[in-house]
Write a protein that binds this ligand. Structure first.
Ligand code: PLP
Length: 361
């Protein structure tokens, strides 16, 4: 870089996002439990839709995503006009920051919140504000206390990544109603489908003028590799975000696969049930081995160790056994490891290996 060519202020302060590792040197059949992916992948109907899209590769995709928005609206009982689709929910988070936050504005999120809130806030030139949690759980009073005249956006993930904890809708409503009038509450529902009967905040985003919800196809729909997410909220906010959305941000393959996925709710129900079963088994099995975790509402468990040294030693042992989990020191949780709930065989393998590790000490 020369002295003359410089990025916008703050950009060089961004710590680049590190994805979950996918390989262990020297191990060919490693099990990846580091990115909260659905071990069963997408439904057959979704894969067929993706394959059919190969015949349209020479055509530009449609720009309004009308058919996908309609399918999402049908599945969730939402107005398609108030839905926007993006390249993962990451892109929707980015649009929100770009559109609503700039220099001198503040973007609030929780202490162990998803890292992209901070990155997108800084990319927009805004000031990130991290608010402490209570026992690894969103603390509404602490957030309200941290908000002021400069607050433009407040992000909470519910369930939260990497803690797996969540708060109830009445608490979220109290937060929304208590915010300064210029602030938008964004409820990130990346893991909402894992909670039976929970609408991800859709009801609040339908009702209140300052609530917006983000969702993803990367988790329960098993489409992390394809990159599709969506947002829903007040028409005025959706209209703003659409002005900065690239017209062709989603490809035909993304649009058609996502539409097939959201129309196949049986697959979602099956994955949720299996996740609930194996999550309970994994949490109990680890607890018996002296590794506690908070009750998780998502598709991962935040395993707690005595300290950072033990967590890192366990991670190294798991790697030696071909098991990849996630270190979460960048989330302020150096004594923890985040373990995705895999299929039954993976859960059994990781629990067995952690038992061996504890036995070795
Ligand atoms: C809480 C949360 N929000 C958003 C995302 C982004 O998901 P995507 O961009 O794949 O839709 C993730 C991914 O891990 C997440 O954990």
């Amino acid at each position: 870089m020369t002295d003359h060519i410089r990025p916008q202020p703050g950009i060089m302060d961004i710590a680049p996002y590190q994805g979950g590792a996918a390989k262990v040197a020297g191990v060919s059949d490693a099990i990846k439990l580091s990115s909260n992916e659905n071990p069963f992948g997408p439904s057959d109907k979704t894969k067929e839709a993706f394959q059919r899209a190969v015949h349209k590769l020479h055509r530009y995709p449609n720009t309004d995503h009308a058919s996908l928005r309609q399918a999402i609206g049908d599945a969730h009982g939402l107005d398609p006009e108030r839905i926007i689709c993006g390249v993962g929910s990451d892109e929707i988070i980015h649009f929100l920051c770009q559109a609503y936050a700039g220099p001198k504005d503040e973007v609030v999120f929780t202490e162990h919140g998803f890292l992209m809130y901070k990155i997108s806030a800084m990319a927009a030139g805004a000031t990130p504000v991290s608010v402490r949690e209570r026992d690894r759980t969103t603390d509404v009073d602490a957030i309200l206390k941290a908000c002021g005249k400069r607050t433009k956006l407040v992000f909470i993930a519910n369930p939260n990544n990497p803690t797996g904890t969540m708060i109830g809708l009445p608490e979220i409503e109290r937060l929304a109603r208590g915010l300064p009038k210029q602030a938008i509450l964004v409820i990130d529902g990346a893991y909402a489908e894992y909670v039976a009967g929970y609408d991800g905040g859709a009801g609040l985003a339908s009702e209140l003028p300052n609530v917006f919800m983000t969702r993803t196809f990367s988790k329960i729909y098993g489409l992390g590799g394809l990159r599709i997410g969506w947002g829903y909220g007040p028409q005025a906010i959706v209209d703003v975000l659409n002005r900065i959305r690239g017209p062709f941000n989603l490809s035909t393959a993304q649009l058609e696969a996502a539409e097939a996925a959201v129309r196949d709710q049986d697959h979602v129900d099956r994955c949720r049930e299996e996740n609930t079963r194996m999550r309970a088994w994994l949490a109990e099995s680890l607890a018996e081995k002296g590794v506690p975790s908070d009750t998780s509402t998502a598709n991962f468990i935040l395993a707690r160790f005595a300290d950072e040294v033990e967590a890192n030693a366990c991670d190294e042992y798991l790697q030696s056994q071909g098991l990849i989990v996630r270190r979460v020191s960048s989330y302020g949780l150096p004594h923890c490891l985040r373990i995705t709930v895999g299929d039954e065989a993976s859960c059994r393998r990781v629990a067995h290996a952690i038992g061996q590790f504890k036995g070795l000490r």
